[in-house]
Design a protein around this ligand. Structure first.
Ligand code: LLP
Length: 406
């Protein structure tokens, strides 16, 4: 854990959160560089024998400083929009380490991606291939593409973050994929370099990945194309609660090694959550505490505008005090945000460390899909993002001013 208590007070690595909060308006995101680096190294080590290109999935956390730190560790980027692409380039990720995914890339986004000569544009429809071919022809270029296949595999994850089933909008189903491969010669300005797949997110068992590898292998053989790259996407789950299952990446890595040996291809991964999920914390101040007959409502200044996962997926993110008290609130405690929606509610506890109004609390494991899913709902400014690195507190994105959104 990057979070730890020294005495009663919460620290990110060796930096006290209270001290950060002295100079920064709450709510704010704080990331541990040390944790991000160690996650990246753990991931790379698991797959050492495969020597993959790891393209950090920027949608999980698109802070430019954070992407830049990952770039220095050797990461590439998986992007899904013009904005993400520009951020990855600003973070000095080389175009030949960037893959562009997404089911609905616009013409102007594709033009930029083609011009920048990215490693791959992963197409998801024949129409997209036609458009890339047309733009590339005008630019007198041959564009390397990957084809995303929909393997028809259930990732056994939350239905809202499952992408590999046949009824999902992502990728080409097998028959369309094979037809596309047969007819691909007509696209003179495309070079098919990769097959890609991504079956979902927060996957906690190897089974769905194993199924996907088997299906991919068969599809690749039937296509009779020698793909230089197989892009296996992301999806690696992390434990959000103590007892939650952990995915056995070591086992998966052995399966991928065998797969790679049979096909003699390069492997790409696009992890997001695994790299940053447990490296981020959202610090919030308690505005008011009110009590009704059944419970205490602890009303925080962080809401679903700052952190959407609980409202969107009923995700459970633990909340802990920034200063522990020896006393406890005994009774039902429900943490809620200030937004005018009933779904703007966070975890409920049976009892909790004693809290006063103006105290700070920490919402944990919010490094992935935290800040990137935040919004200006209720015309609230976007929170600042802070990276703690080697004891230094760096403002990686300043808090939006209300005047900027009014
Ligand atoms: N590659 C592709 C093509 C993707 O669509 C995604 C995530 C990833 C890689 C990275 O997946 P990861 O390794 O982070 O699981 N907002 C949801 C998650 C949505 C995931 C969308 N695609 C959440 O908060 O759980």
């Amino acid at each position: 854990m990057s979070l730890n208590y020294k005495g009663q007070n919460l620290f990110v690595d060796n930096t006290s959160i209270k001290s950060i909060a002295k100079n920064n308006i709450t709510p704010f995101y704080v990331y541990s560089y040390k944790k991000i680096r160690s996650n990246f190294e753990i991931f790379s080590n698991y797959f050492r024998r495969i020597n993959p290109l790891i393209c950090f999935s920027v949608k999980s956390n698109s802070n430019t400083s954070l992407i830049s730190e990952l770039g220095k560790l050797g990461s590439g980027a998986d992007v899904v929009s013009e904005g993400e692409l520009l951020k990855a380039l600003k973070a000095k990720i080389k175009p030949n380490k960037i893959v562009f995914s997404g089911v609905g890339k616009t013409e102007s986004e594709l033009r930029l991606a083609i011009k920048k000569r990215l490693l791959l544009i992963n197409i998801e429809s024949e129409s997209e291939a036609r458009l890339i071919n047309k733009i590339s022809k005008k630019m007198n270029q041959v564009t390397p593409i990957g084809i995303r296949v929909n393997p028809g595999v259930d990732a056994n994850t939350h239905s809202k973050i499952s992408t590999g089933k046949l009824n999902s909008k992502f990728g080409l189903p097998k028959s369309n994929f094979l037809r596309f491969c047969r007819n691909s010669r007509k696209f003179k300005n495309l070079k098919i370099k990769a097959i890609s797949v991504h079956i979902g997110s927060q996957i906690t068992s190897v089974g769905p990945y194993r199924k996907t590898l088997n299906i991919l292998y068969k599809i690749i053989r039937s296509s009779k194309i020698n793909f230089e790259y197989v892009d296996l996407g992301g999806g690696f789950g992390i434990p959000y609660q103590n007892k939650e299952k952990r995915i056995n990446i070591g086992n998966y890595s052995r399966l991928v090694k065998k797969f790679q040996k049979k096909l003699n291809c390069k492997i790409i991964f696009e992890p997001g959550r695994f790299i940053v999920g447990n490296a981020g914390t959202l610090i919030s101040k308690i505005i008011f505490i009110k009590q009704n007959r059944k419970k205490y409502f602890v009303i925080m200044d962080a809401g679903m505008n700052d952190f959407m996962r609980p409202a969107l997926y009923s995700a459970r993110h633990n909340i802990i005090p920034v200063s522990k008290s020896k006393k406890r609130i005994v009774g039902n405690v429900e943490f809620v945000g200030p937004i005018c929606e009933s779904t703007d509610t966070f975890l409920k506890y049976k009892n909790f460390s004693f809290l006063n109004e103006n105290d700070l609390v920490a919402i944990t494991n919010v490094g992935a899909y935290g800040s990137t899913l935040s919004s200006n709902y209720n015309t609230k400014p976007l929170a600042s993002e802070i990276i703690v690195k080697n004891g230094k507190v760096n403002i990686a994105r300043r808090r939006q001013k209300v005047s900027e959104i009014v």
